[in-house]
Design a protein. Structure first.
Length: 315
């Protein structure tokens, strides 16, 4: 259960983001709000879809290359994972890296506690020090970390693709500061590829991604008392070539007015709300973003079809 202050803080932040996003000339909602309980369950379902290759491909790369990654990260490192949802992938890495300390970082305290407890059950010898923090904003690692022990950041799942340009550089610099000179990072990046594969991954035949996207309007209705009409919007996945990103949109089917917290938002038929960008990289574009923060991309572990890569960065 969330404790009360976390719930109140979340409610206000959600309301402020929704009002600000829907007041823009090009309406937008931050993708982090896609993940309420139902959104998390739908995302889990997405990761198992045939069309959604990133999760299984990254897992295979980690399995196949775990020993090489362990060599890269150095002996018994401190492993810092940004986001604490990647149970299977984390276990593969913990098995291989044998870290002296594991620091999972997540903004959702209850979720973090559950995943830390699960890891402790699986690896009873491992020291775990969870940190409740929003990894898209500055935060400190716990004080008193052992000196002279290599540190490795782990940012799987191509979550980096959901950050905008400013957030991406800020994140890479923050992770660089956390691991210090000589430290390493393993970052999951979804690679550029043919459009059919990309669009299918974000608009699957079973409609799970559509349900995931549309659930955001259900959440706004439920938590903020809005009245988005059921069936009034449809899911669309679009490629934005300039941003090298797949975008998710909610497209209005017919003109409507939506009431929310004493305000009214007008939607024209065909107008869309942009709900997520999922940027696709190649190792050169990642290296160009990472270099100003003091990172060199030393490895790009990938699959046979070059769909996805786990980049090995050294500070
Ligand atoms: C969490 N994130 C990396 C997913 C992605 O591929 O950008 C979110 C997602 N959105 C639709 N499908 C999956």
């Amino acid at each position: 259960m969330l404790d009360a202050p976390e719930t109140a803080w979340q409610h206000d932040a959600f309301r402020d983001d929704v009002i600000a996003g829907l007041s823009r000339p090009r309406k937008t909602l931050p993708s982090r709000w896609l993940y309420d309980d139902r959104g998390c369950r739908l995302f889990e379902e997405i990761t198992r879809l045939d069309e959604y290759y990133p999760t299984r491909t990254e897992t295979t790369i980690l399995r196949d290359q775990a020993a090489a990654m362990a060599g890269f990260a150095g002996p018994a490192p401190v492993l810092v994972e940004y986001g604490a949802g990647a149970a299977v992938k984390t276990a593969i890495l913990l098995e291989a890296l044998r870290p002296s300390l594991y620091i999972p970082v997540d903004i959702a305290g209850d979720f973090l506690a559950q995943s830390a407890a699960r890891i402790t059950r699986r690896f009873p010898e491992l020291k775990v020090r969870p940190v409740i923090a929003d990894f898209t904003a500055d935060f400190d690692l716990p004080a008193g970390l052992p000196a002279g022990v290599p540190r490795c950041g782990f940012f799987p799942g191509s979550t980096i693709g959901n950050l905008d340009a400013e957030e991406t550089s800020a994140f890479l610099c923050r992770m660089r500061a956390h691991v210090g000179t000589g430290g390493t990072a393993l970052v999951g990046v979804d690679l550029r590829k043919d459009l059919d594969t990309l669009l299918a991954a974000y608009d699957d035949r079973a409609g799970v991604t559509a349900a995931f996207n549309l659930n955001l309007l259900t959440r706004i209705n439920r938590e903020l008392g809005a009245d988005f009409p059921p069936g009034g919007f449809s899911h669309e996945a679009r490629w934005n070539a300039r941003e090298s990103a797949i975008e998710m949109h909610l497209v209005c089917r017919r003109d409507c007015l939506v009431a929310l917290e004493g305000r009214r938002f007008a939607f024209r038929a065909g107008e869309s709300i942009h709900t997520e960008s999922s940027r696709k990289y190649d190792l050169d574009s990642l290296a160009a973003l990472a270099a100003p923060c003091g990172w060199a991309v030393e490895h790009g572990w990938t699959d046979r079809d070059r769909l996805f890569a786990v980049a090995g960065l050294r500070a």
